[in-house]
Every structure is written in C-alpha cells, then in structure tokens.
Design a protein around this ligand. Structure first.
Ligand code: C2O
Ligand code: CU
Length: 493
C-alpha cells in the first residue's frame, strides 16, 4: 500500500445554493414552475496535470482542474444547470451517464447536439428525475478524453435523507502510466480495441492511489462506487465485511448480499452499498480486487479507529425509496434481437453467427442476413473490430442511423447475445431497463440498470418502456470497443 490517502469527504464545492430568483426566470415545465430549485455549476474542461506516482506527472485533461471533476450534488426533483467551457485542444461534449434527461441534453456529438469546438461553451439543463449515483463524462472521443481524467460524480439525493453515518463516493479509475510516471499516449490503439480495451496499470480512487481509509467500529457507511475506468472491470472483496447492495446504476434494488461477497462493476456501472464496519477497533482490513485471475491486488485498507463508534451495527432501514421508472409490460412487449460480435479469438463464433445469420435466424427487425462469417473476419482484422447485428458503427462518420424504432410509451424487450469471447458492459442512453433474464433464467431481483455486464457468450434480456423520445445511443462502455464499432442507435418515437 502506498503513502497516499483516500479523501473521505465528499466534495460540495462549486455548487451555488438554490436561488429562487433564478428559478423563477427559467423556462420550467409547468408542473415545476415555482417549485423546483435550480442548482448551477460551471465546468471548465482544460489540459492540466496530475501526479499519480512520485516519479512524474501525467498530462491530464481535467474538469475544473481536478480529477475527478467536482462532485455535483442535488436533490431529486431539483433542476441542474451546467455551463460548460471547452478549453481542450479538440471538440467535446458532456454526457450525464444514467440520468434520464431530455434527448437534447444527452451530450452525444452529432446525434443530440453539435460538439463544442475548442473555445466554445454550452449550457446543459435538466431535472433530476431519479435519485441515485450517476456520473458525467465526455462522449466525444471518450476513449482518450475519459482516459485523460475527464469524469466526475453526479449524486442525486433522495427526497428524504437515508440514515447512515457517512455517505462516501469512491470513483474508481485506472491509468496507463509509463515508467517515468507520464500518461501513455497510445489511446485507441488497435490491440486495445480488439482485445479487452485500455486496462491501465495504476488504479485510483477519487483520482489518487489509495492507501488507508479511516473507519469506526459500528459505523454504517453508504458507499457509492462508480467505475469510471475505460475498460477495467472490478470485483471487490470487502474481506470480513458484509456489504449489502442497495442500488445498481442509481436505481434501488431489493437489498441483497452479492454472490460470493464480490461486488462486480464493469465500466460505467455504479453500485451503492451499505457497509456496517464490523471489525475490531484498531484493526485493519485490505479490500481486494479479484476480477482478473492471477492479478488480484489490494485496493485500499479499511483502518479502524481505536475508539469504537458503537458496539453493534445500527438497526436502520436498508431499502431505498423507488424512483418513478415506468414498469414494462412483458405480455405486450415487442421483442428485438441484438447480437454482439467481433474481437480477437472470435473465429468460431463468427462462423456460427455467419451460419445463423444466413439462415435469417437473428430476427427480422435488425437482421443483416448477408453478412458472412468470412466477411466478418476480414473486417475484424483490418477495419472495425466489433459489430452489432453485423454492423460496425463509425463515430466519426456523423451518420449514425437508428437500427430500430421503438414505439414510444410501449414496452420493449431487447434480447442480447454476446457472441464474443469478451466481457461487454452494454449501456443504453435515456432509459433505465430491467434485467429480466440471463441465459434463459429469470433474474431474482429484476434489477434496474443502465449498463449491464455481459459475460463471454452470455445471453441477457432487458425490458423497458420507451418513454423518453429521441435517438439514443446503445453501446459497449469499454470505450475502445465503442470506438471499434460496438455502438448503435435506438429511436424512441
Ligand atoms: Cu457513459 Cu454513452 O455513455
Ligand atoms: Cu465491449
């Protein structure tokens, strides 16, 4: 473990307090006029540097000079207004990951807005419809912009505060550093695109290599985990503790103890935990990451104060109040097949898929039956690396056409098949969806997510009501896979 310590306080900086006078001047939706406060914040994206290791500085891109950017906090039902200045040497946008915003505020270049050129400004504004743990990041060349440090937490508090001793955000990130401590500039290289993405060699919590995290015996902490890494998957083991998962991707879930005690987060995913600190006063526990076999490591140490806070865990409620997400009706839902394909070591799968597709077995709506296994393999070695229903989207072409139109306010099932040898965290914009089955087995908690981690070869079904009109990105959140073609657009209309 290193000498660095993890910041234990949440950042509330840069948040102007709610100003009634400002709210009155806004074009609010009629139902909200005069009731909802507006939080305002300015974000400036600009080059900077971070010293992650003593040996040198990394050339970073930062929001307001820090990584993560400022923690934006507001209460459910309030509005957020963010004035963004782009002082980067290239175009950017900001996407409010997981927040069900109006389409024009979603921050997808060329799809929902013109990107901000260097020197330009833009104002995002939306209502915080759901309480939960969200985050913000650029959606323009995100494989480089996020890897350089452009990301920050967005916390929407429940209307009634939830009882805990401390509410803590850990924004997980990773960096690929050279021996001299500089940031490796091989962003978006072919190898990363075709394999597991840009997995870094230095893991940080809230932008620092973590050391000790001070806790008190008997303390209940709400820990908000956010995985902001481009590609790294975490599987956290809070050795000797029993974290209870209370929300996934911001949305409350029936409180559950994770399988094998491991808290798994693919890129972009969030997990809210209640952890009762049940260790002995004066003791120390290492929280380990066990996702990559043979590469387990100690992430951070929980260090118990000599004085207990209380003898036993508090007996406070575990469940969070539900968010106003529309319930999909599975009996009337449309069914849509999506097949993910590509990557290295996918030959067998490519062949199988070629056969299936030529039999037209992928379902009518998004079928591209003329794609042969050979064609796919050729493309995998030279051009795009990843395909959704046989098509690799090109972010730079500015011509992302919807692959399906989902009837507005109706229920839809997306049946996804991961026909690759890799994990993929699949994210849908503008909606939260229920994960209803994995490999044909109904899920126990039908959890709401906005990003679902598919294991190699896994089949996952999700369901949701397409109640947010517009064109929405649907993509892998391993940012190199996204850049390599693993994205598409769903239209809700
Ligand atoms: Cu976190 Cu399309 O994004
Ligand atoms: Cu992927």
């Amino acid at each position: 473990m290193s000498m660095y310590t993890v910041p234990t306080l949440t950042r509330r900086a840069f948040l102007a307090s709610a100003a009634a006078t400002t709210a009155a001047m806004l074009p609010l939706a009629p139902a909200l006029r005069g009731t909802a406060a507006t939080r305002e914040i300015a974000l400036r994206a600009a080059p900077g540097s971070v010293r992650l290791v003593p040996s040198g500085e990394a050339a970073a891109w930062l929001y307001n000079g820090t990584v993560p950017g400022p923690e934006i906090r507001l209460r459910q039902g309030e509005r957020l207004r963010v004035a963004v200045d782009n002082e980067l040497p290239e175009e950017t946008t900001i996407h409010w990951h997981g927040v069900r915003v109006p389409n024009a505020m979603d921050g997808v270049p060329h799809l929902t807005q013109k990107p901000l050129a260097s020197g330009e400004s833009f104002v995002y504004e939306f209502e915080a419809v759901d309480a939960g743990t969200f985050w913000y990041h650029p959606h323009q060349r995100s494989f480089e912009q996020v890897a350089r440090g452009l990301y920050g937490p967005l916390i929407i508090e429940e209307r009634e505060p939830v009882r805990v001793d401390r509410d803590v955000t850990w924004m997980l990130g990773d960096w690929r550093l050279t021996k001299s401590g500089a940031l490796s500039d091989d962003f978006g290289n072919r190898h990363d695109i075709q394999h597991s993405g840009r997995v870094g060699n230095v893991v940080t919590i809230n932008g620092r290599i973590p050391g000790d995290f001070a806790v008190g015996k008997g303390e209940r902490i709400r820990l908000r985990l956010i995985n902001a890494a481009n590609a790294r998957i975490f599987s956290l083991d809070f050795v000797g503790h029993e974290p209870v998962v209370i929300a996934l991707d911001g949305q409350p879930v029936t409180p559950l103890v994770p399988d094998n005690g491991l808290v798994v987060l693919g890129p972009a995913m969030r997990v809210d935990l209640f952890i009762d600190m049940n260790g002995n006063a004066g003791s120390r526990t290492t929280v380990a990451d066990r996702f990559y076999k043979g590469l387990e490591f100690g992430l951070v140490d929980l260090v118990y104060d000599a004085t207990p806070l209380r003898d036993h865990a508090p007996d406070w409620p575990l469940a969070l109040p539900a968010n106003p997400v529309a319930e999909p009706d599975l009996r009337t839902a449309s069914r849509n097949e999506v097949v993910f394909n590509g990557g290295m070591m996918g030959e067998m799968v490519a062949q199988e898929m070629g056969e299936r597709m030529s039999r037209g077995a992928t379902g009518g709506m998004m079928g591209h039956g003329n794609m042969t296994a050979g064609g796919m393999m050729q493309m995998a070695s030279a051009g795009p690396a990843w395909f959704i229903n046989g098509v690799a989207a090109d972010e730079a072409s500015h011509a992302m056409k919807p692959i399906v139109t989902l009837a507005k306010d109706r229920s839809h099932i997306i049946a996804m098949t991961n026909a690759t040898a890799w994990h993929h965290p699949i994210h849908l914009h503008g909606h939260s969806f229920r994960v209803i089955s994995r490999n044909g087995q109904p899920t126990r908690h039908r959890e709401w997510q906005d990003t679902v981690l598919l294991s190699p070869r896994e089949k996952v079904e999700i369901a949701f009501v397409a109640d947010n009109p517009g064109d929405w990105m649907f993509h892998c959140h391993i940012l190199e896979h996204q850049a390599g073609g693993m994205m598409a657009v769903f239209r809700a209309a």
